[in-house]
Design a protein around this ligand. Sequence first.
Ligand SMILES: Nc1ncnc2c1ncn2[C@@H]1O[C@H](COP(=O)(O)OP(=O)(O)OP(=O)(O)O)[C@@H](O)[C@H]1O
Length: 233
Amino acid sequence: MAAGVKEAGGGGTVAPPELASAHALQLRGVWLRLGREAVLRGLEVDIPAGQGVTLLGENGAGKTTLLRLLAAGLRPTRGEGRLLGYDLRDSRAVRGVTHLMPVDGGLYPDLTGAENLRFALQMHGQSGDVAGALRRTGLTGAAERRARFFSAGMRKRLALARAHLLARPLTLVDEPFANLDEGGRALVQELLTELRAQGVTLIIAAHEPALAQAVAPRTLRLAGGQLHEEHRA
Ligand SMILES: Nc1ncnc2c1ncn2[C@@H]1O[C@H](COP(=O)(O)OP(=O)(O)OP(=O)(O)O)[C@@H](O)[C@H]1O
């Protein structure tokens, strides 16, 4: 795998110390209970840094829940996890090396397309080519329009532009192909493939196995609250 992660707009390739860890992710007996339901039941997995993983599972299997756990949006009820060398319970450190592209885009509706991207970069102390990102995702014409007036596909494209600009060492992507036309789906594959080429570890939750596996060949399936290896890259 590539040793370094290119910081967006930074102009060079830097190797953050966390990438010295051979594993991007290790989970040992991780349980997560939401209300009365144990959604995740003793997850065990090792994901080498730089790997691309497709996460499959039926509706309600727990894919979104797992991605939120890995982005420090939820805490495990039981078990141990390490993410790029950090304890999974260390929310601050975990948030510093991850980015979750949520299924609804997770955008600020009252900010314009360009402002959403600039704000995300600012929050991470990064710089980047906002105009270029909007151009690549076909959103130049919507740069000054508030995100609340975007169509579902446009929101997805803007969220993709943001994930690509940020290029966080562990990037988690929830249903990136939903709501997109054919060109949009190809664009998702292209930009996510570029992230992998930069050394980013990618986990893609999707209901379109072939589209996701073209970018992230290793395939895990969530069923019964546990992870099953379906295709080892
Ligand atoms: N805040 C919550 N409180 C209680 N239960 C929840 C909560 N969020 C999700 N769940 C439950 O967790 C389970 C897993 O949901 P999750 O959204 O992770 O599934 P998913 O695999 O992403 O599904 P889909 O493919 O439909 O997006 C479901 O049974 C859901 O009802």
